[in-house]
Design a protein around this ligand. Structure first.
Ligand code: SF4
Ligand code: ZN
Length: 287
């Protein structure tokens, strides 16, 4: 592709991300925002897009990387995350599950039928805890349109309607210790992020997690990709239907959060999910 095409594509993509940020008021001036940076293409694009957006709105930008402890996989992603943060002059804060929670994901995966459950719970927990240690106003994630549609359908399939409140480009603060999350790539397809990375010769972590095959999400992703190939526009239509059918903010407000009796983090029950999983693992270990 000629360089002009690359520039046109990239600018159009950045304009659409910026439109999502402004349409949904994701970032206000003088806020302190961090990107959850894994080194994968989505979080790398989020970091670059927010870095560029600072030319229009003045805000502070940081990045947080979580080392889940997945051998043969995570180290490369972290290296790429460090490289992008350093190139853009953005401070990167690194946290590891082993250091902060006393367990690696490889160890936790022995006690769960799918590693993705403890992985998602521990990662969200550490990101939020680090977020309020850093006194962030917002935490930006690289969730794209494909991730959003997959998450919605997964909650549908599990009849887990409480999770509907987590959809939409912005999750407001419903507890003093809960950092509002924003999704600047909410309307960007995964395929477009891939094209951006290739056209701009971005160094991104492309390897697939060794546990990915165990997840319901990965089956759903393949199915949605097949549907999109046969009927282009399926994914954006699904996203628009969800958006029109549900008032996400109202659903979120129905979830009442307390503080976990063990760690003090926000939780919808007396023990947060991260403490619950750690307790389950300890019980199995002691049998
Ligand atoms: Fe974690 Fe599962 Fe993603 Fe691997 S595929 S990083 S285990 S959520
Ligand atoms: Zn807890």
């Amino acid at each position: 592709m000629r360089s002009l095409d690359r520039e046109v594509f990239t600018q159009e993509l950045l304009n659409r991300i910026e439109k999502t940020i402004t349409d949904y008021s994701l970032i206000d001036s003088d806020e302190r925002v961090a990107v959850a940076l894994s080194g994968g293409k989505d979080s790398v694009l989020t970091l670059h897009a927010l870095h560029d957006f600072r030319e229009k709105v003045n805000f502070e930008l940081l990045a947080i990387a979580i080392d889940e402890g997945i051998s043969g996989y995570r180290a490369d992603g972290l290296q790429i995350a460090r490289q992008h943060a350093s190139e853009l002059g953005i401070e990167l804060i690194e946290k590891s599950l082993k250091r902060e929670m006393g367990i690696t994901l490889d160890q936790a995966s022995n006690f769960h039928h799918t590693a993705c459950v403890p992985c998602g719970v521990f990662r969200r927990y550490l990101l939020n805890r680090t977020g309020h240690e850093l006194e962030l106003d917002k935490l930006a994630t690289g969730h794209n349109l494909d991730d959003e549609v997959q998450s919605f359908l997964m909650s549908f399939a599990r009849a887990d309607t409480r999770r509907f409140g987590k959809f939409g480009p912005k999750l407001d603060r419903i507890h003093p210790k809960m950092i509002p999350r924003i999704k600047p790539l909410w309307k960007i397809q995964e395929k477009e992020v891939g094209i951006w990375a290739v056209l701009n010769e971005m160094d991104v972590h492309m390897a697939e997690c060794p546990y990915a095959y165990t997840s319901f999400r990965s089956n759903l992703k393949n199915y949605l990709n097949q549907l999109e190939e046969k009927s282009p526009g399926t994914k954006i239509n699904l996203l628009n239907s969800f958006h029109k059918s549900f008032q996400f903010e109202d659903l979120l407000m129905k979830v009442e959060l307390h503080e976990c009796k063990r760690c003090g983090e926000p939780s919808s029950s007396s023990l947060c999910k991260a403490c619950e999983i750690r307790e389950e693992i300890n019980q199995i270990k002691n049998v």
